[in-house]
Structures are given as C-alpha cells and as structure tokens.
Design a protein around this ligand. Structure first.
Ligand code: TYM
Length: 333
C-alpha cells in the first residue's frame, strides 16, 4: 500500500513558542510512524514577506531547524529541509499563482492582519503567501498537513487550487487535509487571551518559548491574565482560564473533563502553578537538546543536506509532471 505523506512548515522566527509546539510540532513528532513519509520544512521564503536582516534570517533558520530536532523530529524518519534549498517550491508557486484568483487571496484573514500591521510594506508576497504555501504542500502530494487552527484557511485555498488544477489536467495533485489538534489548536496570549499567542507580540510576557528557563515559565504563568469569576471552568466567557486548561491537558495527556475534575474547587493560583510545572517538565528536554544541537554545526549541515536531497527527489518528479501537463516541459517526448 502507498505510504501516506505528511508535510508541514514553520517560519524561522527564532525560537518557537508554546503555541507552535502545542498546535503543530507535537503532532509533527507523533506522525513519524512507519507507514507514513514525513517532510518538514523551515519556511524561510515565507519569512521575507516582511523585511529581514540577512544574517539574522540565516541564524534563525538554523535555530528553527535545531528546535525541530530538539522537539523530536527524527532525521532518520523524516526529511527535514530548508525551503529555499529546494528550488521547485518557487517554481510551482509561480505556476499556481496563475491558477489562483485575486478575490480568494484578498479574503485571507492573515493578509488583512499583516497588511494592517505592516502598512508601510504591503508587498505582493504578503498577498500571494498562501500560494507559496500551497506549492509547499502540493509539491509533495501530501495527504495530511499538521497545523494549528490559524492555518486552516490557507489549507482551504490549497485544496481549492489543487482541485481547480486537477479538473483541467487530471489527477496531478493529492487533495491535502489539515490535521488540527482538538485541544490546543489555538493557544492564546497569556496577557490577552482573546489574541493568539505569537512570537511577534511586543510583550514577551504574553508568550512562552520552548527554550524559556523554568523560572521564566513560572513567572509568566503566574502573571497570566484570567478573569474575576474565580471559578475554574472551560467556556468562552473565561478565555484565560480555558487557555490554561488546554495547555495543562495537552502536557499531562488528560482530557479537559479530567482536568476540570482535578481542579474542582481550587483557585486560579493553584491552576497557574500546576500548568507552569507541567510545561517546565514537558519542555525540559527540548531546552537541553536545543543547545547541544544548535552548537553542532556539522550535524545540522549533514541533516539538512540529507533532507534537501530527499525533498528534492520528490519535488523534481512533481514539477516535471506539472510542466509536462501544462506545456512548459516535455518538448521532445
Ligand atoms: P507559523 O510559522 O506561524 O507557525 C508554525 C505552526 O505553528 C502553529 N501555531 C499555533 N498553533 C496553536 N496556537 C498558536 N498560538 C499558534 N501559533 C502558531 C501554526 O498554525 C503552524 O502550524 N505559513 C505557515 C508555515 C508554512 C506551512 C507551509 C505550514 C509554510 N509552508 C506548508 C503548513 C504547510 C506559518 O506561518 O506558520
């Protein structure tokens, strides 16, 4: 039977957050089982939609690769690579641009958000970003794409583009499905639980990174914004408490109901300390491994070069097929 293929990507925005970890990276690691073939990329081409310092971008790309390895991405089971090192991403992206409507791109909430945040640099890349992401996925004919909830809309457009293309040229692409965790698909800011936890938040108390020191993790959770209800419950009116419960549940493996029963009658202080302890325990190894791997340049180079080769082999086959079908290649066959 044909192996199911998994693809996902992460932007090299330095050290990943607890949101990245819970929403996506934990699943990347879990999906590495024998009957699947996994492709994981550091999406550095996506990062240049906002201005980057070249040396910092390079360094963060390696940081991110090291984080993925520290979280448990296993280079013997998965192809781990840097997006810009497989040129077919850019090539397929151009082709798909010609099969994507401006109206679809204009509707993307991330485009609206980002263009209001970077109003001095609303470049075309910001708009066509989801097309590059569709290329990342469709190039590997991925069946499943493990992501957090915020990427679901981008997955929808990737599916639409693939279906549109297949309708004209036959079954070229696999229609990908998102895999979003039931709990933890959207981890919220610790300072404003109506907003997504994000590394680009100017207030560092609002997010936790996967390499934060235990004391920093404890401090940030203790200062997490909750509400004045004073009752531990899981509902929309108490987003801060619900967020803490989601984090607690993912780190302990308990269901939300079990966590609620566990904290029955207790106060927010107890909940915050317990969440912090669970996260500190859960991330201890990631922090340790990150330093070791990041300092081992030879190992990183070897892993990324092997990943690039594995990815390029699949990508070359797809792009040859696509070019052939649309008349950009196969001139003398
Ligand atoms: P990025 O780099 O913003 O985030 C990487 C992954 O982390 C998830 N995530 C979250 N999940 C839960 N709660 C949060 N607060 C949170 N913040 C981030 C994201 O959903 C994502 O899964 N465009 C993508 C990267 C990308 C990609 C791809 C993903 C490029 N090519 C192909 C999938 C397939 C992005 O910017 O993710």
């Amino acid at each position: 039977m044909e192996k199911k293929r998994i693809l996902s990507g992460i932007q090299p925005s330095g050290i990943s957050t607890l949101g990245n970890y819970v929403g996506a990276l934990r699943n990347w690691v879990k999906l590495q089982v024998d009957d699947r073939s996994c492709f994981y990329c550091v999406a550095n081409m996506h990062a240049i939609t906002v201005r980057q310092n070249p040396d910092e971008l390079r360094s963060r790309t390696l940081d991110t690769a090291a984080i993925l390895l520290a979280c448990g991405v296993d280079p013997n089971r998965s192809a781990l690579f840097v997006q810009s090192e497989v040129h077919e991403h850019a090539e397929l992206s151009w082709v798909l641009n010609c099969y994507t409507y401006l109206g679809e791109l204009n509707r993307m909430t991330q485009f609206k958000d980002k263009s209001s945040k970077h109003s001095d640099n609303i470049n075309a890349g910001l708009l066509t970003y989801p097309v590059l992401m569709a290329a990342d996925i469709l190039l590997y004919r991925a069946h499943y794409v493990p992501v957090g909830e915020d990427q679901k809309q981008h997955l929808e457009i990737a599916r639409d583009i693939a279906e549109r293309f297949n309708k004209v040229y036959g079954d070229v692409f696999v229609i990908p499905e998102p895999l979003v965790p039931k709990v933890g698909g959207r981890i919220m800011s610790l300072q404003d639980p109506t907003k997504k936890m994000s590394k680009s938040d100017p207030n560092p108390a609002s997010y936790i990174t996967v390499t934060d020191e235990p004391s920093a993790i404890m401090k940030k959770f203790k200062r997490a914004v909750t509400d004045s209800e004073g009752r531990i419950a899981y509902n929309e009116n108490q987003p801060g408490v619900a967020n803490l419960l989601s984090i607690y549940s993912t780190f302990t493996g308990m269901t939300i109901e079990e966590s609620l029963a566990h904290f029955d009658g207790m106060g927010y202080g107890t909940l915050k300390t317990a969440v912090a302890e669970a996260v500190i325990d859960g991330l201890a190894l990631v922090r340790e491994e990150f330093r070791r791997i990041r300092d081992d340049k030879a190992y990183l180079r070897e892993v990324l070069s092997r990943g690039r080769e594995q990815a390029a082999e699949v990508a070359a086959r797809t792009i040859a097929d696509v070019y052939g079908r649309i008349g950009l290649g196969a001139f003398f066959d």
